[in-house]
Design a binder for this molecule. Structure first.
Ligand code: PLP
Length: 396
């Protein structure tokens, strides 16, 4: 069945108000997501927060199961969190507190590494002496697998890879990274924050041991939601920070026991309404079909890239396989002024700046780029309007 654009847009009231091409920032949620969140908040107000959670327990469990279905993994290995960063830090520091980095060692990161992930690595470098090593990219900007092969020796303790960076649209060859990390016996941490919801995800095929993502971007869930997958052979080695009565049991004065598998990353206190919204968002995407969503996003993004090149903008995505993130600069215009000028005509884009993906952007001498990120619900007309406006800026 082809994608029903009219239905998608009708489900998304924001489409009437704005041309939202900032889905890599936070997407417009469809009505069923908003309804689920608001209904639960109303229920909490009527019957009490704990009581509402009990009423919605089945749906809360189902939300985790939906995320697991999206990723192709067992629900016992998925925890819902409040952001990608919360997921990543829980797993990373969990591994550290579990002793995995005792004695130091090297951590290999790709050049698309995201700000908050790298910050944790820097903290680890300062606090227990691991060495961070960036794997070079190929000429088109993708993670260089030969370089990875050269660096992946017995002193390496962990590999990180970014499926799609925050700052450019290429898709990294992460399954090939998974194969290599597996044979080296080190965990692969996959940043799937900009890929889940816009690309078909099959974590077992990728072969990652940890994967993290957020709800508000391509999944179109509420803000304040995220997810974490940890393969069972790794979760049992992790001693996550910030445990509470849900993720652990206080056994006696001297002892505690961590919950099994991904349950040890759970948190008692969270927005149950937002979590339900995330479950509905994932179900909504799965009902449409991720392959259809992926195809439509790719079509819009590739159309946008060619049109931008044609009018004289500089497109910076690179790669052989690309996603819905389109990054560009406009000659003689700084990126913020382009964003502001587009916003004044009702078109939302964002500006991606070097500190968000410093390893890659600085190497390319790029301090900022405009980031347009169409989702399946965007129309061809919206893309056309963006191109016309940028063309107008170029022509002065
Ligand atoms: C590639 C990538 N990784 C991780 C994150 C962090 O996500 P969150 O803000 O949900 O922690 C982002 C956010 O933009 C991102 O683009």
């Amino acid at each position: 069945m082809p994608l029903d654009l009219a239905r998608l847009r009708a489900d998304t009231p924001g489409c009437e108000l704005v041309s939202h091409l900032n889905n890599a920032g936070a997407a417009l949620s469809p009505d069923p997501v908003v309804d689920a969140v608001v209904e639960h908040l109303r229920l909490e107000a009527r019957v009490g927060g704990y009581e509402a959670a009990a009423v919605s327990n089945g749906a809360l469990v189902a939300a985790g199961a939906s995320v697991a279905r999206l990723l192709g993994v067992d629900p016992l290995d998925v925890a819902l969190t409040q952001s990608d960063t919360a997921s990543w830090t829980k797993a990373f520091w969990g591994l550290a507190l579990g002793g995995w980095f005792d004695g130091g060692g090297r951590i290999l990161v790709d050049r698309a590494a995201y700000n908050s992930h790298y910050l944790s690595l820097l903290q680890a470098q300062d606090s227990f002496g691991v060495t961070i090593e960036a794997v070079e990219s190929t000429a088109d900007g993708s993670l260089d697998l030969d370089e990875l092969d050269r660096r992946l020796d017995s002193d390496v303790r962990m590999v990180t890879a970014t499926h799609v960076g925050t700052h450019r649209g290429l898709v990294n060859p992460v399954a090939e990274v998974g194969l290599r990390a597996r044979s080296a016996g080190v965990p692969l941490f996959l940043d799937a924050c900009q890929s889940a919801g816009q690309l078909v995800m099959d974590l077992p095929a990728i072969g990652c041991d940890v994967a993290t993502g957020t709800g508000r971007k391509w999944l179109r869930g509420p803000r304040g939601t995220g997810w974490l997958f940890v393969a069972p052979e790794w979760s049992e080695r992790m001693c996550p920070p910030g445990i509470d009565g849900r993720s652990a049991t206080w056994v006696d004065e001297r002892r505690y026991e961590l919950a099994e598998r991904a349950r040890r990353f759970d948190e008692f206190e969270t927005s149950y309404a937002a979590r339900l919204g995330l479950g509905v968002a994932v179900d909504y995407a799965l009902a449409i079909g991720i392959p259809l969503i992926a195809e439509r996003i790719n079509q819009l993004a590739e159309g946008l890239r060619s049109a931008l090149v044609e009018i004289g903008a500089d497109v910076h995505d690179g790669g052989t396989r690309r996603s819905g993130i389109v990054t560009f600069t406009v000659p003689s215009h700084d990126c913020s002024s382009v964003q502001e000028s587009l916003a004044a005509t009702g078109i939302n884009v964002s500006v991606t700046e070097a500190p968000w993906a410093r390893l890659d952007m600085e190497q390319r001498g790029l301090s900022a780029a405009v980031r347009a990120s169409p989702h399946a619900y965007n129309s061809e007309e919206e893309i056309q309007q963006l191109v016309e406006h940028v063309g107008h800026l170029i022509r002065g």
